[in-house]
Design a protein around this ligand. Structure first.
Ligand code: SF4
Length: 299
């Protein structure tokens, strides 16, 4: 009998290895820093948001621009390789993304959709000629094992640096305006890019040349700009000590999230979130932290 070969063998039980949680820079760390209460509502307790305007706006911009990059590379149809998408192409990509989001019950009103479509067309016209041919990768997933957890992030664009062709720039699109320097979100965006840069360095052994945040709402307004507006981009310093500070900030936030999860207690935000965040939050009628009064009304 074959099994008798194994009779009497004894292996010590090693126990189950703890499962490492994954923490996304934007969906976890920045979201928790914005408002722990709202983070717990949607991310931990998994309630579905009743208002999806903001989510639609950010997602549609990212996905249509991703298609614009694929169009230039000829990844959608080989014949378009090396050509810029026309306004009609952008509208087609927009409609495709819109339908896909609708199927996920993420939608927005006509005004929001029109604005999103218009700023993507403007971005395509103003930035496409100088950016698309430099793009090496889009929606690039970066991650690092932090021993207790996995930290990950999605870089929107990796582009060859015009200053140093052996190096890359990392770009992140924001469907907002550039916040003022005093705004807490300004520093959070800078931290985000410094952490992306460090994740990139860990994966490739090289620091990016630059990190660039592009604020697409700077392209909105009744008059279409003919060139990049002055407040469209924020270049982030990738100084080693500042990157360390950013990594520590994120590590501390992950520890806070873990503690909150263990005890089931979610802190109030340190600073009142921006009005547009509270305006679409489903806790807004019963939240002492919002600093706004939301009238109760029947439909
Ligand atoms: S209403 Fe504002 S402060 Fe209150 S939980 Fe929602 S986002 Fe946070």
């Amino acid at each position: 009998m074959r099994w008798t070969h194994y009779d009497g063998m004894n292996f010590p039980f090693k126990g189950n290895a703890p499962v490492k949680r994954r923490y996304s820079i934007t969906a976890d760390v920045l979201s928790y820093q914005l408002c722990p209460q709202q983070y717990a509502l949607y991310k931990i307790r998994k309630y579905e948001a009743s208002m999806t305007n903001q989510l639609f706006y950010g997602t549609v911009i990212h996905q249509v621009l991703d298609r614009a990059h694929m169009h230039y590379k000829g990844l959608l149809v080989p014949a378009t390789a090396g050509t810029l998408p026309s306004n009609l192409d952008i509208k087609r990509y927009f409609d495709e993304v819109d339908s896909a989001l609708k199927a996920r019950r993420i939608s927005a009103g006509t005004k929001v959709k029109d604005q999103a479509l218009e700023i993507v067309k403007r971005f395509n016209r103003i930035e496409g000629p100088s950016l698309y041919h430099r793009v090496v990768n889009t929606e690039c997933r970066l991650q690092t094992d932090k021993t207790d957890y996995i930290l990950n992030g999605n870089v929107d664009v990796l582009a060859i640096s015009p200053e140093n062709p052996d190096s890359v720039e990392i770009w992140d699109y924001k469907g907002t305006n550039l916040p003022s320097r005093g705004d807490p979100q300004y520093q959070q965006y800078i931290y985000q890019m410094q952490v992306y840069a460090e994740l990139y360095r860990k994966q490739t052994g090289k620091m990016p040349q630059k990190a660039i945040l592009y604020f697409l709402n700077s392209l909105s307004g009744p008059i279409s700009p003919t060139c990049r507006p002055g407040n469209a981009i924020l270049e982030v310093t990738l100084d080693a000590s500042e990157v360390d500070t950013a990594m520590n900030n994120f590590a501390n936030t992950v520890s806070e999230i873990e503690r909150s999860r263990d005890f089931g207690i979610w802190a109030n935000p340190i600073q009142t979130p921006p009005k547009e965040t509270c305006d679409i939050c489903d806790k807004r009628w019963n939240c002492p932290n919002s600093g706004q009064v939301y009238p109760m009304r029947h439909p």
